[in-house]
Design a protein around this ligand. Structure first.
Ligand code: PMP
Length: 285
């Protein structure tokens, strides 16, 4: 991703893609003092753009720093990045972090807070699993307690076990890993939320110790508009056996059917297909 033509917005300026670098003594690289957003533009417009900019600001506050740009300024910067990229359908990545400067210990009060925004083309996140149903491994790592780390921030530190879990899953031929939480309840995948269908009703884990995804909230709204009952609740892993359908939601993942979790299988059923199609229509409307 580093060696290509284009421009990246960094701290208020457009810089050449290959020159969008940071110093090796950047605080974020050593101590995970970084937050980010993943957004998708469809037909030249970022879906729920403002909600993403607001979440970026909130994530930074949750990990104790302030991004030196307002939501309006972030919105304008993203629009500029998209325009300069020449793309209409694109993935947009905003990242804010504690930079390099006078501090190199755990404390970082004297280092600048920085912001960068890039956009590129990114197709189906789970490749052809989007049609056939993704296969998920169950991670050995657990989503942590809200008393351990700010679990609702989209912060880099929360992704360390995501990368480890995803690599372990891929080594077993799976597309992704599903986390249980610190109590043993079903939580989320490494970059997406999860939904289940049983007897025409939908069940999804309470987002009480992980990211309450913007796509998750959008899909819950869509289901309710369709008159489908949605139960946000604690889900035990033993319940996986009884669910008929399953899908993942996320900005990158959109609505991706799940065909298998460990030894449990799910059909790519009518409701899953309907929700995936309705989401596709919504983001392009
Ligand atoms: N959980 C995690 C860990 C994620 O990285 C993402 C992707 N941002 C999601 C859930 C889904 O969030 P959203 O729908 O806002 O993209």
């Amino acid at each position: 991703y580093d060696d290509r033509d284009g421009h990246i917005w960094m701290d208020g300026k457009m810089v050449d893609w290959r020159q969008a670098n940071v110093h090796i003594l950047t605080h974020a690289m050593h101590y995970a003092s970084s937050v980010f957003e993943g957004e998708r533009a469809y037909g030249g417009k970022i879906f729920k753009s403002r909600a993403h900019s607001e979440r970026l600001k909130r994530s930074a506050e949750m990990i104790d720093f302030e991004i030196p740009y307002s939501v309006d300024e972030i919105e304008a910067a993203k629009a500029e990045v998209l325009k300069v990229s020449g793309l209409t359908d694109a993935y947009v990545r905003a990242v804010a972090w504690r930079g390099a400067g006078d501090d190199m210990g755990v404390a970082s009060a004297r280092n600048p807070v920085r912001l960068a925004i890039a956009a590129w083309e990114w197709g189906a996140y789970y490749g052809d699993a989007k049609m056939k149903g993704a296969k998920l491994d169950i991670s050995k790592w657990k989503r942590p307690s809200p008393e351990t780390i700010p679990v609702h921030a989209k912060a880099a530190g929360l992704y360390m076990i995501c990368t480890m879990s995803k690599h372990a899953a891929e080594a077993k031929g799976c597309s992704d890993a599903l986390f249980m939480d610190y109590r043993g309840y079903v939580a989320e995948a490494t970059g997406a939320n999860i939904f289940f269908v049983k007897d025409g009703e939908v069940h999804t884990p309470d987002a009480d110790c992980f990211l309450n995804g913007i796509t998750r909230q959008t899909v819950i709204g869509m289901l309710k508009d369709k008159g489908i009952a949605v139960h946000e609740r604690h889900i035990m892993p033993e319940e996986l056996e009884g669910f008929e359908q399953c899908w993942l939601t996320g900005t990158a993942a959109e609505v991706t059917p799940v065909g298998q979790i460990g030894d449990y299988t799910f059909e790519v059923g009518a409701m899953t297909r309907d929700i995936a199609e309705s989401y596709e229509k919504l983001v392009r409307s």
